[in-house]
Design a binder for this molecule. Structure first.
Ligand code: FUB
Length: 347
């Protein structure tokens, strides 16, 4: 073969490789619910028969990426709504702006919402003016706001990712916590230790927290407690088990009388779940409910709509960038023994 023939054969192989890579490119099982803004961390609820999604609103604020997630520099919330799964999705505009939260410094992260006695409650983590995360609450008479923030964060709240679960007896519980940039490792027995290294191998995995909410939904009614997530032998995970241990993104739902605590494993990008008999645990690890998605974070909610169960989640299909995500939904299925069928977001 002469020089030109070698070049030609290289070019043909490169073309063939690129065509077959394209042919094999994985296809997402769901499409972004909205494309005109970036959205993430979808907490979905059905209020009065309509579906409301309370997501983070991702933006490009120009903050450089750092290990603490400084580039997740969100400044407001937009609430999405739809009459049915697969129906038209409405963006209801700005529901709460960081400038209207008196105690807020920066980074409005993943919210959740609840309804009680004619009032909607929006729960959100944001760093205070000294750069420490706490959880705040804002109220509205409408599920889509505008919401008015309380003057102070919830007393005794810390870290990120609130999830508010209403039990069948009418009690409300808040679950929260997230390690690394979410600062959960800075607390021991609810005491702030100051800036602390990320958890290390050999250490016990940090545990998510739960507290019952007060009757007015604006405070904790009791002590903040750690939630035990146990392996099949009844042992707590170590930090080494980072494909199963808690990182962030708590969500709780109830199915056939059992409590399902689901969460992200963060640096290994799984969404896992554990099952228990009480809202405060302990929960026993059962498996992965969503395999890693495109992007770094994985954060979800699980909700029943008209008798079917759905997983709301996000990936980075629209932008390809870690901090500019888009929310999606797909149906979730249980096995007869109550375990959840693992979802892969691409085929
Ligand atoms: O959206 C900011 C943070 O990223 C959330 O609070 C985490 O759960 C992760 O999704």
């Amino acid at each position: 073969m002469n020089y030109n023939q070698v070049l030609l054969s290289f070019a043909i192989s490169a073309l063939t490789l690129s065509f077959s890579a394209k042919a094999q490119k994985k296809q997402p099982i769901s499409q972004p619910l909205v494309k005109h803004i970036y959205t993430a961390d979808p907490s979905a609820h059905v209020f009065n028969g309509k579906i409301y999604i309370y997501p983070s609103h991702d933006i490009e604020s120009g903050v450089k990426e750092d290990d603490e997630g400084g580039h997740f520099d969100m400044k407001d919330f937009h609430i999405l709504s739809m009459d049915k799964i697969g129906g038209k999705v409405t963006d209801n505009g700005v529901a709460l702006d960081i400038k209207d939260i008196p105690w807020a410094g920066r980074q409005l992260w993943a919210p959740d919402a609840a309804y009680k006695n004619g009032t909607y409650y929006l729960y959100f983590p944001v760093k205070d003016k000294s750069d420490v995360f706490h959880i705040g609450v804002a109220t509205s008479k409408s599920p889509v706001g505008p919401f008015k923030a309380e003057k102070e964060p919830i007393k005794g709240s810390y870290s990120i990712d609130p999830c508010v679960f209403k039990d069948t007896d009418g009690s409300f519980y808040m679950y929260f916590g997230g390690i690394w940039g979410g600062q959960l490792q800075r607390y021991d027995h609810n005491t702030y230790l100051g800036k602390t290294d990320n958890p290390k191998k050999g250490e016990a995995a940090r545990l998510p927290r739960v507290a019952k909410l007060s009757a007015d939904m604006k405070q904790f009614a009791g002590e903040v407690k750690e939630i035990k997530i146990l392996d099949e032998k009844g042992n707590l995970f170590l930090e080494d088990n980072n494909d199963k241990r808690f990182f962030e993104a708590s969500w709780v739902h109830k199915y056939k009388g059992k409590y399902y605590f689901s969460y992200s494993t963060g640096d290994t990008h799984n969404l896992c779940y554990a099952v228990g008999d009480s809202p405060a645990g302990p929960f026993t690890y059962k498996g992965i409910l969503l395999n890693p998605v495109d992007g770094w974070t994985n954060h979800h909610s699980i909700v029943q709509v008209k008798g079917k169960w759905y997983l709301f989640y996000h990936d980075v299909q629209l932008s390809g960038k870690t901090h500019l995500r888009n929310v999606k939904v797909t149906e979730l299925h249980y096995n007869p023994d109550g375990t959840i069928q693992t979802i892969t977001a691409y085929k």
